[in-house]
Design a binder for this molecule. Structure first.
Ligand SMILES: Cc1ncc(COP(=O)(O)O)c(C=O)c1O
Length: 469
């Protein structure tokens, strides 16, 4: 019998330990540049040790839970071990159930259907939420929104006020563990305590938080413990579409699962159904075994690297980036921009460059500097409007223009988000690119009226030329 001996990965090794770290991409001058990936807030690349674990699992890949063969037993072992690894990563105890889902969005939707929310109930959330933590409650109950201050931090006084106004109707406080726009990290333990003191529960969307900070759900029933937690593997250096909803088992009150079918039931008659206990009840159909393996491996590896060094590294990159960006004339950074970076901010920086559309800046960085960033509204429309200081009329105006088919001049920002493998050189490439833009040093761009893209004149490399199917 062979047993795999893994070696602990250290943070300093990460720049060369992500799959494709040295990938070259075409740029406008006809040369190629090493791709600088600064869109980790969307999806991270894959850590090589995660890929290695998945490679090893391929040969054992088979049906899960139901097969009699040894490979089925192995696949079941891998899937269930991944579940334990994810629970350990999140500091969840035996009172919590880890439900594998495709991604954080699905996890939050599963939660919303299983909470047994009633029309009079209130879910108290914030204007900083990603749409995935903002929308799922609306079909079941009333949703109230807590404001943020001008730096994008949650206004805790307003939270208290809302709790007083809504009284005992508040069933749940739904809050981001960290913002995907400003990197702001709200004081989740304090908010958990406030929620529990008011007889409410707390759901934390940890999609952004999980790869950056240590999470501790805490023991069942403790005042500052988290009741429901969701996050995704694809932002944690694992591919293959897997995420988790971790829930206090006894708090999933609505019997009927989000999806119904194979795996969710222990008894079916033509008129009768008896649901399985969770997680089976909430994992309808054949599960994504390899996705779970990748996710579990990534969770373990991040834990081994250690969040102290992850936080320190990220602070160094973010401080350096903010220090350079605040010296570039015409650059506006949104959210906290203190140097050195504030304790409650992760390595996510949103900005705009005066005189340039956000799409244009992102396109120049991609096509001339080989830097991958994100631009737009990042599935956090209300938060962006707040940070940009748009009033109601301005929001209405851009809504009208957008639905009128206008593609350009709509509000948005550019986002750079750092991962464990990024380096100071990566940050410098970004800042060099931004500086060049402010000096007007870039080629001509044409606007594509259909897609809304900014395309460098005469340069449009075809992705089909870069891949052999
Ligand atoms: C804060 C936050 N919540 C939820 C999501 C949704 O995650 P997923 O795409 O994995 O469903 C994202 C994705 O960017 C996010 O940043």
């Amino acid at each position: 019998m062979q047993s795999r001996q893994s070696q602990t990965l250290r943070l300093g090794e990460c720049p060369r330990k992500v799959v494709g770290w040295d990938t070259m991409v075409p740029v406008v001058d006809g040369t190629e540049r090493r791709y600088v990936s600064l869109d980790n807030g969307a999806s991270t690349p894959i850590l090589e040790p995660v890929r290695d674990v998945v490679d090893e699992a391929y040969k054992w890949y088979s049906s899960v839970h139901r097969g009699a063969g040894f490979k089925s037993k192995m696949s079941t072992y891998l899937y269930e071990t991944a579940r334990k690894k994810v629970a350990t990563f999140a500091g969840a105890d035996d009172g919590a159930v880890v439900i594998f889902v495709r991604n954080a969005t699905e996890g939050i939707n599963v939660l919303a259907t299983r909470l047994g929310l009633q029309p009079d109930d209130v879910v108290l959330t914030t204007v900083m939420e990603h749409h995935s933590h903002l929308l799922p409650w609306r079909q079941f109950c009333r949703v109230e929104h807590v404001n943020v201050d001008d730096n994008g931090r949650v206004d805790l006084d307003h939270l208290q006020l809302k709790l007083t106004e809504c009284g005992s109707n508040v069933r749940l406080i739904a809050i981001s563990g960290a913002s995907n726009v400003t990197g702001v990290v709200p004081p989740v333990s304090d908010i958990a305590r406030i929620a529990h003191q008011h007889g409410a529960l707390i759901s934390v969307d940890a999609a952004q938080l999980a790869p950056h900070r240590k999470i501790t759900m805490g023991p069942s029933g403790a005042e500052d413990s988290i009741d429901f937690l969701t996050f995704s593997g694809h932002k944690m250096y694992a591919p293959l579409g897997s995420g988790a909803l971790i829930a206090r088992r006894e708090l999933l009150t609505q019997d009927v699962p989000h999806l119904r079918g194979g795996g969710t039931v222990s008894w079916v008659g033509l008129e009768e159904v008896v649901w399985n206990p969770s997680p089976g009840r909430d994992e309808a159909g054949s599960p994504n075994v390899l996705g779970a393996v990748a996710f579990g491996a990534a969770a373990s590896i991040l834990g081994e690297i250690g969040f102290e060094s992850i936080v320190e590294h990220e602070r160094e990159l973010t401080t350096h980036a903010l220090d350079r960006m605040r010296r570039i004339p015409g650059v506006t950074v949104y959210g906290p921009a203190d140097v050195p970076v504030a304790e409650d901010k992760m390595g996510v920086i949103c900005f705009n460059v005066e005189g340039y559309a956000h799409e244009h800046v992102a396109s120049i960085l991609a096509n001339e500097w080989g830097v991958g960033v994100r631009n737009g509204r990042f599935c956090a429309q209300p938060y962006l409007e707040r940070l940009l200081g748009l009033n109601k009329d301005e929001v209405l105006d851009y809504r009208t223009r957008m639905f009128g088919g206008e593609k350009f001049g709509l509000p948005g920002m550019v986002r750079a988000s750092f991962g464990i493998y990024n380096t100071i050189e990566d940050v410098d490439t970004l800042c060099d690119g931004i500086e060049a833009i402010t000096r007007g040093e870039h080629v001509e761009y044409d606007r594509d009226e259909v897609t809304g893209d900014f395309i460098p004149r005469g340069f449009e490399p075809d992705p089909a030329d870069y891949f052999r199917w």
